[in-house]
Design a protein around this ligand. Structure first.
Ligand SMILES: Cc1ncc(COP(=O)(O)O)c(C=O)c1O
Length: 360
C-alpha cells in the first residue's frame, strides 16, 4: 500500500504510467475476486467502500415500490436499515424469525415467498451468533421462482468457500477488511450478468467521456468517481495470500479454533454461550455472556487485564440479539482469525476464568 501510495495515479483516467499502474492494481484485485468466488468474468465485481455501501446499492438499485422483500431476523443493520427506508417508499418487507440459536429455517423463508416477491436477502453467517446459515435451499427455490437473491457475505468472504458457479446468487456483498484481510475502506458487490440494477451514484468513470449518460457496462456502471486505489492495492495482496493459502485451509484452521473455544468456554461455569454447539455450523464468531457482569465490563477486563480485544454490545444487529434473547444488553463477541494460535486461545480461556472468578 505504501508503494501504491507513492505511485498513486488515478486509475483509468489517463494514459500515463502512474494511471496505468493503478489501473493494473485494480484489475489484478478484481481478477483475484473472480478467482476466489469462481466467476470467470471479474468485471461483475464492483469495488465499494465497505459491505454497507454494497448492500445499499444492491437493495436500493433493484427493489421498487410495490415489490416484496423477504429477509431473516439475523440481518445486520446494513440490510435492515435500507429495507426499513424502502418500506417508507412502499416496499413490503417480511422478516422471517430465525430459531433461538440464530439458525434460519429455509422452509420458513420459502413459505414467505409470494406473488410480487422481488428479492430475498440473507446474511451468509451471522455476526451476532456466528451461525453459518443454510442458504442453499432458499437460493435454489428463489432461482426457480425468478426471485433475486442477495447474500451478505461480510462474515464469510475469505473464511468460508463460496463458489458462484455452484451457489447461483444474484448479488453478493462483502467487506474487504474482515475475512478478506484487506484494509478498511474496501468492499465489493458482485452482480450476476443479466441482473438489472440502477446505480446509486453516477459520474465520471474515465470511460465513454463523450456521453453525459452513465455507461451500462460493468464495472463502470456502478463505479463512479476516483476509486480507493491504495486500499484496493492492499486488498489485492491479501487476496493473493488467501488464494495461495486456500479458503478451505483457512476454514479448517478457524473451525478447529472455534471448536477449541466452544469446548473450553463451555467448561467455565457461569459463561453462557450462544449459537449452535457444533463448530462446523459456525464461522469464527462466538457470542457469550458472563453471568452477573455487563458485557462491556467483560470486554474492558479482557483488554486491561490481558490485552485481548473483543467487541461488546449489540453488534449493529438489534434483531439478531432479539432473536437470541440478548436484547438490549447484547453479548461479548470473540473472533479468532487465521493468524490466531491455540496458545492465544489458552490465554483467552485463562483470562475468562479469572474474570469469572472475580464475579463470585
Ligand atoms: C454480517 C455483516 N454485514 C454487514 C456488515 C457491514 O460491513 P461494513 O462495516 O464493511 O460496511 C457487517 C459488519 O460488521 C457484518 O458483520
Amino acid at each position: 500500500m505504501a508503494a501504491a501510495l507513492r505511485r498513486a495515479g488515478n486509475p483509468g483516467r489517463s494514459g500515463h504510467i502512474l494511471s496505468i499502474r493503478s489501473a493494473r492494481d485494480l484489475f489484478t484485485a478484481r481478477e483475484r475476486l473472480g478467482e476466489l468466488f469462481g466467476c470467470a468474468d471479474s468485471s461483475r465485481f464492483v469495488f465499494t467502500g465497505n459491505a454497507t455501501a454494497a448492500l445499499n446499492q444492491a437493495i436500493k438499485g433493484v427493489v421498487r415500490p410495490g415489490d416484496h422483500v423477504v429477509a431473516t431476523s439475523m440481518e445486520h443493520n446494513s440490510v435492515m436499515r435500507p429495507l426499513r427506508r424502502m418500506e417508507e417508499a412502499g416496499v413490503r418487507v417480511t422478516i422471517v424469525p430465525a430459531g433461538k440459536d440464530g439458525v434460519m429455517n429455509p422452509r420458513s423463508m420459502i413459505a414467505a415467498f409470494r406473488k410480487g416477491t422481488r428479492m430475498v436477502a440473507m446474511t451468509h453467517a451471522s455476526n451476532v451468533s456466528g451461525v453459518l446459515q443454510p442458504i442453499e435451499p432458499v437460493v435454489a427455490e428463489a432461482v426457480k421462482r425468478g426471485i433475486l437473491t442477495l447474500v451478505d457475505a461480510a462474515q464469510t468472504a475469505g473464511s468460508v468457500p463460496i463458489d458462484l458457479r455452484a451457489l447461483p446468487v444474484d448479488l453478493l456483498a462483502a467487506s474487504g477488511h474482515k475475512g478478506l484481510l484487506g484494509p478498511q475502506g474496501t468492499g465489493f458487490l458482485y452482480v450476476r450478468d443479466g441482473v438489472r440494477i440502477t446505480p446509486l451514484i453516477e459520474g465520471g468513470t474515465g470511460s465513454r467521456s463523450e456521453s453525459d449518460h452513465q455507461p451500462e457496462f460493468f464495472p463502470d456502471a456502478l463505479e463512479s468517481g476516483t476509486q480507493n486505489s491504495v486500499g484496493i492495492a492492499g486488498l489485492s495482496v491479501s487476496l493473493g495470500w488467501i488464494l495461495a493459502r486456500g479458503v478451505e485451509a483457512i476454514r479448517r484452521k478457524e473451525t478447529g479454533l472455534v471448536a477449541m473455544l466452544l469446548e473450553g468456554m463451555a467448561r467455565i461455569p457461569g459463561v453462557v454461550l450462544f449459537g449452535p454447539p457444533d463448530a462446523s455450523c459456525r464461522v469464527s464468531v462466538i457470542s457469550f455472556l458472563v453471568e452477573g457482569m455487563d458485557p462491556s465490563e467483560v470486554a474492558r477486563r479482557l483488554e486491561k487485564g490481558s490485552g485481548i480485544l473483543v467487541r461488546a454490545g449489540l453488534h449493529c444487529s438489534p434483531n439478531g440479539h432479539r432473536t437470541l434473547g440478548t436484547f438490549p444488553t447484547g453479548t461479548v463477541r470473540v473472533s479468532p482469525g487465521p493468524f490466531t494460535t491455540r496458545g492465544d486461545l489458552s490465554m483467552f480461556l485463562s483470562a475468562l476464568r479469572r474474570i469469572r472468578g472475580a464475579t463470585r
